[in-house]
Design a binder for this molecule. Structure first.
Ligand SMILES: NC(=O)c1ccc[n+]([C@@H]2O[C@H](COP(=O)([O-])OP(=O)(O)OC[C@H]3O[C@@H](n4cnc5c(N)ncnc54)[C@H](O)[C@@H]3O)[C@@H](O)[C@H]2O)c1
Length: 320
């Protein structure tokens, strides 16, 4: 399957990730079939996509006249066969459950055409396991999107043991075509690439916080205004080259033996979770939230986040 052969996209699962992935393809003119278990979930997904498109328009990323055709390109269904038959690129974004994804992949292969690419948006499972019952394993790939998927540019493209180069190349081309920033991951490792890096940073931050080096708010402030500020524009390798590798070597010689290297899950997270503190959804995490957070307030918090992210997307990645 080559980029020019891809005419129709199917997204399986219309939750947090699925509806945003569908929106991204719709914005680039691809017809999308969105599948989930219930009509009510699909109706909510359609409403979210419509609202998101309006916000993209308000922020100057989508023309008003492009909204109606994008929404017209969306078909929703609870019939898996109808969702998949004749589709060229199928992405599953159903709940993170191995047995569920294995069943789905097997059924999808039995319904779809011979050449269709089948992708998973799993964050933690191995493609080799998810695709264990698929016959043509060369067509399988992981596309790991980041929340909110219709805004965050990077998508990790992970090759399984048997994934063909053609499948990877076509997937990368397709993602670039819809204005994403595909990154090829050549070896299938748990956490792929970005989540491993993020976990290493979380381990150090949680340790510094536990030691009382700074408050959570001050640690957040320090990161946002320093490495976060820089990394939005230049990556780590360029950062090191610009500063001088001799300096970086000295810093690493001094710090590497002293920073956190525990192989246990961070204690602070274990303690908060065991006390029922799950973050915003339970009213307390590292910060305190009002316990009776209304749906309108939550929607407003998400809108504020998306507005901030869209400003950055426009400044750094979007050319119309
Ligand atoms: N949420 C994130 O930040 C994030 C980031 C990257 C990757 N992921 C991955 O994306 C996938 C989806 O995550 P999410 O956060 O969107 O979950 P979610 O719970 O918001 O959505 C999952 C959807 O799958 C549907 N579903 C469940 N079983 C199904 C089935 N048999 N057929 C069709 N639909 C079914 C559910 O009804 C639900 O709408 C997971 O694999 C997750 O690990 C999530």
């Amino acid at each position: 399957m080559r980029l020019e052969d891809i005419k129709t996209i199917t997204v399986l699962g219309a939750g947090i990730m699925g509806h945003g992935i569908a929106q991204t393809f719709l914005m680039s003119g691809f017809p999308v079939r969105l599948f989930d278990l219930k009509e009510s979930i699909l109706d909510t997904a359609r409403a979210h996509i419509a609202k998101n498109l309006e916000l993209f328009h308000e922020m100057g990323l989508v023309k008003k006249r492009a909204i109606a055709p994008a929404l017209k390109g969306l078909t929703t269904t609870t019939d898996l066969r109808a969702a998949v038959q004749g589709s060229d690129f199928i992405i599953e974004a159903v709940s993170e459950n191995l047995a569920l994804k294995q069943d789905l992949f097997q059924q999808v292969e039995s319904f779809c055409g011979g050449d269709a690419i089948i992708a998973s948006n799993t964050s933690s499972l191995m493609l080799t396991d998810i695709g264990a019952r698929v016959k043509k394993k060369e067509r399988l790939v992981i596309t790991h999107w980041f929340n909110p998927p219709h805004i965050v540019p990077t998508v990790e493209v992970v090759k399984g043991e048997k994934t063909s180069d053609e499948t990877v190349d076509t997937t990368v081309d397709l993602l670039a075509r819809i204005k994403k920033l595909p990154v090829k991951i050549n070896i299938e490792l748990p956490g792929f690439l970005v989540n491993r890096i993020q976990a290493a940073m979380a381990r150090e931050i949680l340790d510094l916080h536990e030691k009382g080096v700074a408050s959570a708010a001050d640690i957040d402030k320090a990161i946002k205004g320093s490495i976060g500020f820089r990394l939005a524009s230049i990556g780590m390798f360029l950062t090191m080259d610009l500063a001088g590798l001799d300096i970086w070597l000295k810093v690493c010689e001094n710090l590497t033996p002293k920073i956190q290297s525990s192989t246990e899950p961070p204690r602070a997270l274990q303690e908060l979770v065991s006390q029922g503190h799950f973050g915003i959804k339970s009213g307390k995490g590292f910060y305190d939230y009002t316990l009776d957070f209304s749906k309108a307030e939550l929607d407003e918090a998400v809108r504020k986040r998306d507005t901030e992210f869209l400003k950055r997307l426009k400044a750094l990645y979007w050319d119309n």
